[in-house]
Design a protein around this ligand. Sequence first.
Ligand SMILES: Nc1ncnc2c1ncn2[C@@H]1O[C@H](COP(=O)(O)OP(=O)(O)OP(=O)(O)O)[C@@H](O)[C@H]1O
Ligand SMILES: [Mg+2]
Length: 401
Amino acid sequence: MDFGTPMLEGSRRLMILGGGELGKEIAIEAQRMGVEVVVVDRYDMAPAMHVAHRRYVVDMLNGEALKAIARREKPDAVVTEIEAVNTGALIELEDEGYRIIPNAKAVKTCMNRIELRLLASEQLKLPTTKYAVANSPDEAKRACSDIGYPCLIKPEMSSSGHGHEVAVNPSDVEFKFNEAIKHARGSSRRVIVEEYVDVDRELTVLTYRYMNEDKEVTAVIPPIEHQRPKGVFHYVESWHPSSVNDNIIKTAEDYAVRIVNKLGGLGIFGVEIIITKDGRVLFSEVAPRPHDTGLVTLVSTDINEFQVHVRSALGLPTPQVKVTTPAAAHVILADDENWAPHYTGINEALTIPGVQVRLFGKPNSYRGRRMGIVLATGSTIREAIEKARKAASLIKVRILS
Ligand SMILES: Nc1ncnc2c1ncn2[C@@H]1O[C@H](COP(=O)(O)OP(=O)(O)OP(=O)(O)O)[C@@H](O)[C@H]1O
Ligand SMILES: [Mg+2]
């Protein structure tokens, strides 16, 4: 495959739908390889727009807008960075010959918890939490009593733990069902009811599919481990490599390869695995893109997850990714709503050896919004985790008064 020069005739071009922190790193990797970068998001000044050749500010649920932009830009590949994208438009663009990463159907399946769960559990027979689909509070009540309390009720479509509701007894269910629906993306009134398991450890198996000569090949990166305080459903910290035993790693990688091969296409996938306190290794879900817990690969591997994704998307090979050092990542969250947030403590954080700080450059903050990440290397995983935690605790998102 030939490469041209960005902004001149014959350049390779990547279109990224979603300009958040993951999109920004994808854009940077593409830029480094001399690829022209086009970023689309619903708000201006999104992180990836800071490092793109061109940007478009549109609602990505608007299929006509997505198609118009793609037809004008004629990208070599379209990658999605978030789930709130009009998948009908992706399917049409794919039919027109555009390369959607990993493929339009996989994007659609993965954004729907129920479709994805049925594929993993019913078709592939991967072990998962006990679950049932419910269309109404009464059906949810029946599901909870079959599964056993406590139950976790999740909307059919949402991300970052939005609308996850724990029901502890039957009188709880109707309210929790309605709360879950309130936080759902789109108009679906379906939920998935899951057994609320005691999580011991969690893994992300970054699994990627790439072209090697004329064949599609699947490869895995040794698992990343991550942890969330109980009852917190969003990403807090991750580290690499995981210290779980080899049997668990083998099982997790086996699930990952099976689901990713079923979804097909090219690119990296973040396969989420839950290990329960009673020793079960369960498939949880998969994101058809670089994973937030995988931000740690910016320092832990010789080739990070974003570069793997760009290479795969362009039909290029990445035969192997090596973990080069124990490393950890810890998020920097905002406490308040604010325009043009201000950061303190960067100097103190950077006095810790092996620490790097990435601020995403989001134009505004709100409570709980991820604004940056601390990356740390160490001679052990423990040391890296402690450094990342310490550095993150020093950085505060402030309001300029
Ligand atoms: N059945 C369950 N029992 C206990 N904890 C769970 C269960 N399902 C999910 N969790 C916890 O909630 C987290 C988020 O769940 P899940 O990945 O399904 O949601 P999500 O909205 O896709 O979030 P994200 O976008 O962060 O991956 C999991 O990583 C895990 O810590
Ligand atoms: Mg998840």
